[in-house]
Design a protein around this ligand. Sequence first.
Ligand SMILES: Cc1cc2nc3c(=O)[nH]c(=O)nc-3n(C[C@H](O)[C@H](O)[C@H](O)COP(=O)(O)O)c2cc1C
Length: 447
Amino acid sequence: MLGLMTVPNSIGGVMGAWRHPDAWPDDRIMNLDHYISIAKTAERGKFDCLFVADGNGVRQIGNPELFQALSPLDRPANFEPLTLYAALSQHTRHIGFVSTATTTYEEPYILARKFASLDHISKGRAAWNIVTTADPEESRNFGREQHLAPAERYPRAMEFVDVVKGLWDSWADDAFVQNRETGQFLDASRVHVLNHEGEYLKVRGPLNVARPIQGHPILFTAGQSEAGRELAAKYADCLFAVAMTKADGIALRNDVRERLGKYGRPSDALKVFPAISVYVGETAEAAEKLYQEVGDCIPAHLGIKYLEKTLVTDLSGYDLDAPFPDLELTEVVGINSIRQEMARHFKEKNLTIRQAFQSTMRVTGGACFKGAPTQVADEIEDWYRSGACDGFLIAPPIVPTVLEDFVDLVVPELQRRGIFRTEYTGRTLRENLGLPMPRNQFFGASA
Ligand SMILES: Cc1cc2nc3c(=O)[nH]c(=O)nc-3n(C[C@H](O)[C@H](O)[C@H](O)COP(=O)(O)O)c2cc1C
């Protein structure tokens, strides 16, 4: 069954979308009511989960023109995701909550505790998007001048995830006996003290939260590099992907699925979810009109700056209307894989620099599906049936209207084709995603 997720970003998915007449009319940021409304709409559409991308810092502060115009990805004013989800969980019953958290700057004990708590609060709907922090600037909020290089970030991430999983398994499911007659509250033989001492981390344990309802919250990753794919193959239930075309999706999904055997996992144990931007309307013309209007909300002079930021490269001196150049994209300490992939795609598609930034600014990252509901459903079905993905992360450019249109126009079409659920069948996110319950590594028999 196809999986669907979306992003609860109340200011929209692309730069300038907040200016569009369909965007929420009031200009209050940090508006919880908007997030509740998005969560309810997505749940009405039977989406698997919401996904909050996150970081611990404000991006682009040194780039005033872009900063003032506001790209939603720069996150100048956002709720802390787990706090937000605790609130949203009280207004919904089924939809899951994927929150990003970094293995580079967080502490595993605190992170394990927060996700375990959300899993209990939401009755089994928590998921962790494991990242190593994409924005190098965030290091400065943690007393470091330099971001950790990928060669160190990913090994640390692996050890970090092992520790978090170990902490989640601190307690056997039957540890809290709470026998009023004998006065025994818990069974001291049913708790495991982790005593972890590794290359990067030293954590004693046990966790001060009972084992999560899902055993472990669902694990997502989003890294696309060699090290990122290994992290996914070893630990992830789901991978967020960047695929500009169906062929890219097929290649990526095959690649990561082939890696799973090395870690003793069956190749279908990992689900792949490319991010796509969707422009949908009652007709193809309405969708095209929306696409043009969103483009018009973005000041033209910011286009080149936006592309330079995305590719982390200087494009001054190039003719904007000449074919996309062969760029020497030297290694940066932040994201490499995505920028290299994008530059390759522009070249392959024979775009000019101007065309490259015009298309990039209208999407949140990855492919763009545009058209009438049946056309969008055709693309979704084609990618899904071709093995390019197990589902999609839908990024609506304008919120709430495009999400509502997707739910009202595209979801019924997917349901009619038999590839998407008509009702939630599970009680937890894990059950809705069709993932097995992980056994407790220290108390296997009781899990
Ligand atoms: C859909 C998606 C969402 C992502 N969300 C975040 C995020 O919230 N925070 C973050 O620091 N990085 C995020 N990333 C970046 C990845 O963690 C990763 O750094 C990036 O894909 C490059 O892969 P690499 O680190 O393996 O080179 C996201 C990537 C994708 C594709």
